[in-house]
Design a binder for this molecule. Structure first.
Ligand SMILES: Nc1ncnc2c1ncn2[C@@H]1O[C@H](COP(=O)(O)OP(=O)(O)OP(=O)(O)O)[C@@H](O)[C@H]1O
Length: 371
């Protein structure tokens, strides 16, 4: 299996427009290799776009030939990465430690077998609840799991896991908090609760890069990323930037939520991220008094949409007071009642996701896409 150093070595054989090997020309701004995919970013001069496009294609071909690389994605960027002196300091927030985020990112994700992004087309559909219980469900199958709460606009991990306080820093890396055996990192641990979070697009992606790269995740089988809700530019950039193994889209069954969920699916398709499937949350209501089942939001829409879109349907989670109460009390239901009926639903979801990841990576065809 190729690693970042192998990719850099492959780039020795590709020349920049001045004839220098790319690896030595100081233009390679990022390399990530995850699950058979190699992502490289190169700083090119937009005034000589034609020449740089040829370099990009040659780089993609060179990297794609490496053993174990199923797909090579090389992108051209016009800008240099911001220098440490120009970073941070905005809004007086506490910031993750400075350093060389790109290098840190490459090293961090190299130790993570699968990165799973949990997304939703709109807010409030239960994306964070699903992320937390999915992470716990994967840990229950024996995986080493991390949860990165990247919902910069409304971080939920502190509430969901009852975790607070700034993470300790050792050797320039933040040590994630831990709950139920899952390593948890959230922007909510770094920013005071009453500080309004007004983020611009580039700051969001920088914060995510730092939370991925500047956190001592250690080796993980899976990192679950709770994405910011929606399908705007910020989400698209994150989907593009994170070398993800697969995306899980959460929706409620209402038509309006499903329209947004379809947008989320097409956002991931645009960046050629594999879609693990759609989860229907708040699918139906089970009355705690009489046990009767009510399909409040016309249950089944997400399954139907998944079939139409040709993506797997991962399951239905009922609207249930136990799920809300445990989540809001800092004890996600899979941790609070691992033998219970609700935990079983999420354990089943986690098992499906695990199987899809393990089989899909083997299945991935060696295609080359334009950056
Ligand atoms: N299946 C469920 N049954 C009952 N309550 C639920 C369920 N799923 C989520 N909730 C509750 O709904 C609220 C919103 O859920 P959550 O925070 O997970 O959504 P979200 O999509 O991440 O929202 P946001 O867009 O604000 O980040 C929470 O109070 C949560 O406890």
């Amino acid at each position: 299996m190729a690693n970042e150093a192998d990719v850099l070595k492959a780039l020795e054989k590709v020349a920049d427009p001045a004839g220098r090997p790319l690896s030595a020309a100081g233009v390679v701004s990022g390399i990530n290799v995850v699950g058979g995919k190699a992502f490289v970013s190169i700083i090119g001069d937009p005034a000589r776009a034609d020449l740089w496009e040829k370099v990009r294609l040659a780089a993609e071909q060179a990297v794609a030939q490496l053993a174990g690389v199923e797909k090579a994605v090389v992108t051209l960027t016009a800008e240099r990465a911001p220098q440490p002196a120009a970073q941070g300091g905005h809004h007086g927030h506490a910031h993750p430690p400075q350093g060389a985020p790109r290098q840190g990112l490459a090293a961090a994700v190299a130790n993570i077998r699968f990165i799973i992004c949990v997304a939703s087309g709109k807010g409030g559909v239960g994306k964070s609840t699903t992320s937390a219980n999915l992470a716990l469900g994967l840990a229950a199958q024996g995986w080493r799991v991390g949860l990165l709460d990247a919902d910069i606009y409304g971080p939920s991990a502190p509430r969901l896991f009852g975790l607070h306080g700034k993470p300790e820093v050792a050797d320039g890396k933040m040590i994630p908090h831990e709950a139920y055996g899952v390593k948890v990192m959230s922007i909510g641990f770094l920013v005071e609760e009453d500080v309004p979070m007004v983020w611009r697009g580039p700051m969001v992606s920088q914060a995510l890069t730092q939370m991925l790269g500047d956190v001592a995740w250690g080796p993980l089988d899976a990192l679950v990323i709770d994405m910011p809700p929606g399908t705007g530019d910020v989400q698209l950039t994150l989907a593009q930037q994170v070398p993800m193994s697969g995306a899980v889209v959460v929706s409620t069954p209402q038509d309006i939520a499903l329209i947004d969920a379809r947008r989320a699916v097409s956002m991931f398709q645009r960046v050629e991220a594999p879609i693990l499937g759609i989860v229907e949350n708040m699918s139906y209501f089970l009355c705690p008094h009489c046990g009767g089942r009510s399909e409040i939001f016309a249950h089944g829409g997400a399954r139907h949409d998944a079939e139409k879109l040709g993506v797997p349907f991962l399951g239905e989670v009922p609207l249930d007071i136990a799920i809300r109460e445990t989540s809001d009390a800092g004890r996600p239901v899979v941790g609070a009642d691992p033998q219970g009926e609700h935990a079983a639903i999420y354990l089943n979801l986690a098992a499906k996701v695990k199987t899809l990841l393990e089989t899909q990576t083997k299945r991935a065809a060696p295609t080359i896409v334009k950056g």
